[in-house]
Write a protein that binds this ligand. Structure first.
Ligand code: ADP
Length: 603
């Protein structure tokens, strides 16, 4: 019952709705977590791949620069008498090699302060008569002047400048000379860039290759001549070296790990994309000639093809939409269901009210009927003795005074006597009908066969001229009130004899069939029969079928039969007799081990 503690449609609906939403949220969270994990795994793998590619490209590119510079140094060393024109011709190969980020290739020679004028003169003679050494302002006696220069991008020429101003370059030159191999400097700003605006200056490094004279015809064969220095702008180098392979999926920063000032950024490549904190940046080392760099690769939001939108975010959105739709659908179903339940409740309540009203009306009707029957019984009983006197006097007059009466008065007397007799029958039937309801049942074992034989004998009395045919078959012994059961059998046999068409010989057959502990007694005739639509109504008091107009009767006989059979716990009915006429039947309990008993009416 709604609101009566346990089950209530409202509370139930809220629970179902909450369950649907909870399931939706749970499913969304699980899907989002799973997708997030898959996303993270994919991003980590993608970042690892990009890091490998970038590191390989960086070290391969620097090796290529180093090889180019070694080849140039060998070519310069092979010149018997190195002059500006030859140097320009040799260094022209740098243009062809496409070395991104390279500013130019300079030939640098060492000179002490004392040697400076002679060295300057010597190189003026070999090419540029304007060559003027500009010694470093640093308090040093060792100078390193740029005497030949081949620029890659145009830009200012460093001819005559003293590299001693850049200790990073000097350190790389000394290492190169000592090892006879190319060396990489740590990061600094190139001499050639010092003229540029600050915003265009960028961190750079140089590759220094030692030049030894290898020409057999030269006067200095086998001697150290100086250095070839290639300046590389870190930003340009990184952009062109890895921009193509990394595209905008990662940002790359190169650190010089050997710098005395701690890890110093050599260069960085930051694409036009947002940096992401996840997955964490990769940090690996890259070897360049005589130096180790650290490479830090950070992911951008374009690392995964889905771009900005993570799959877990999509899962959240889709999950939220689906949960909303599911909740709306469930809400609609629940509302419709609750509406239907309310209608059923209303209809049930209306039905219950209707039943209560009907029961009250039936109760009233039963009470009225009981009062009516009681009234009819009292009236019938009280009418009995005056009627007996009327009948008695009328009978006396018929016998004693009839010969003295004229025919008209004799006819009046006969009519008076007939009416009194009919009234007598009606009163008897009324009394039987009234008492059948309330009379106490005196149950005993009843031999129906003997009872039917007695009734037959009685019925045949006075019909010797045209005796009807009454066939009594084997009938059982049953439990019941003998007086009332006799009334039932007599009524049915009497009707069977009475409702035969004039001129026909009455035929009655009484038989029995046994069903489930009940005896079914059948009384069949070949009489006028009862129309199918009247077969139920003939058991109602005072009801008579249309064909019975010419036959005497009160319409109470079958009503009395119905009451008596009902009080014995049986049923009564009428069917068409297969051979023509009617077949009345009633059921009554088979005889059990007999204990005579008295049964009061139920109410
Ligand atoms: P009644 O005093 O009129 O015979 P009953 O209650 O015995 O009253 O019967 C009710 C009606 O049932 C009768 O009026 C008659 O129309 C019909 N009826 C009863 N028995 C038979 C029968 N054996 N054959 C045909 N009609 C019958």
């Amino acid at each position: 019952m709604p609101g009566a503690g346990g089950w209530a449609p409202g509370r139930w609906s809220v629970r179902v709705l909450a369950l649907v939403i909870a399931l939706g949220v749970l499913g969304t969270v699980l899907a989002a977590v799973a997708l997030r994990r898959a996303d993270d795994d994919r991003a980590r793998r993608a970042l690892g791949q990009q890091t490998m590619i970038v590191s390989q490209v960086v070290s391969a590119e620097v090796r290529r620069y180093s090889t180019s510079l070694t080849d140039l140094a060998a070519a310069v060393g092979a010149q018997a008498n190195l002059e500006a024109a030859e140097y320009t011709a040799i260094a022209a190969s740098v243009d062809r090699q496409r070395l991104p980020g390279a500013s130019g290739v300079a030939f640098v020679v060492a000179a002490t302060t004392d040697e400076m004028p002679a060295v300057q003169k010597s190189w003026r003679d070999r090419g540029d008569p304007q060559l003027t050494f500009t010694p470093s302002s640093a308090p040093t006696d060792e100078h390193f002047f740029v005497v030949l220069y081949r620029g890659v991008e145009g830009g200012p020429s460093p001819l005559g400048l003293d590299v001693a101003d850049k200790p990073e370059a000097v350190e790389a030159m000394q290492r190169a000379k000592a090892s006879h191999r190319v060396a990489t400097s740590s990061t600094y700003r190139l001499l050639t860039d010092s003229e540029l605006p600050v915003e265009r200056q960028q961190l750079s490094f140089v590759l220094a290759a030692p030049v030894y004279s290898t020409s057999p015809s030269a006067s200095d064969t086998g001697q150290f001549r100086g250095w070839l220095m290639m300046g590389l702008r870190g930003g340009d180098f990184l952009k062109q070296a890895i921009g193509v392979v990394a595209r905008d999926t990662v940002a790359v920063t190169l650190y010089d790990t050997a710098s005395t000032a701690g890890p110093t950024p050599v260069a960085s490549w930051v694409p036009d994309a947002r940096l992401q904190p996840e997955p964490p940046p990769r940090d690996i080392t890259v070897s360049v000639p005589q130096r180790t760099w650290r490479l830090v690769v950070e992911p951008t939001h374009k690392l995964l093809p889905v771009g900005d939108m993570h799959l877990d975010v999509a899962a959240w959105i889709i999950g939220a939409v689906l949960t909303g739709l599911l909740a709306a659908l469930t809400g609609t179903v629940i509302t419709a269901r609750n509406r239907a339940l309310r209608k059923v409740d209303d209809a049930t309540a209306a039905l219950r009210d209707d039943i209560v009203r009907r029961e009250a009306v039936e109760q009233q009707l039963r009470q009225r009927e009981a009062e009516l029957v009681g009234f009819a019984g009292i009236v019938a009983h009280d009418l009995r003795s005056p009627l007996a006197r009327i009948t008695g006097y009328a009978d006396f007059l018929r016998e004693e005074a009839a010969p003295r009466l004229d025919p008209l008065h004799r006819d009046f007397l006969e009519r008076l006597y007939g009416g009194a007799q009919r009234m007598q029958t009606l009163i008897d039937d009324l009394l039987d009908y009234a008492t059948a309801e309330n009379r106490t049942l005196h149950t005993s074992r009843v031999d129906l066969r003997a009872m039917a034989d007695d009734i037959t004998r009685e019925r045949l009395t006075g019909t010797e001229a045209h005796p009807p045919t009454i066939v009594i078959e084997d009938l059982p012994t049953v439990d019941g009130d003998p007086t009332l059961l006799c009334q039932v059998l007599d009524n049915l046999i009497g009707n069977a004899l009475k409702y035969t068409a004039p001129g026909e010989e009455p035929y009655v057959r009484v038989s029995c069939r046994t069903t489930d502990g009940m005896a079914r007694i059948e009384v069949a005739d070949h009489g006028i029969g009862i129309p199918a639509d009247q077969r139920d109504t003939v058991f109602t008091a005072f009801a008579r079928a249309p064909g019975s107009a010419g036959y005497p009767g009160t319409g109470l006989g079958l009503a009395i039969v119905h009451r008596i059979v009902e009080r014995h716990g049986g049923e009564v009915g009428v069917d068409a007799n297969p051979g023509g006429g009617s077949l009345f039947w009633f059921t009554v309990p088979h005889a059990a081990a007999l204990t005579p008993s008295v049964t009061a009416p139920s109410s």
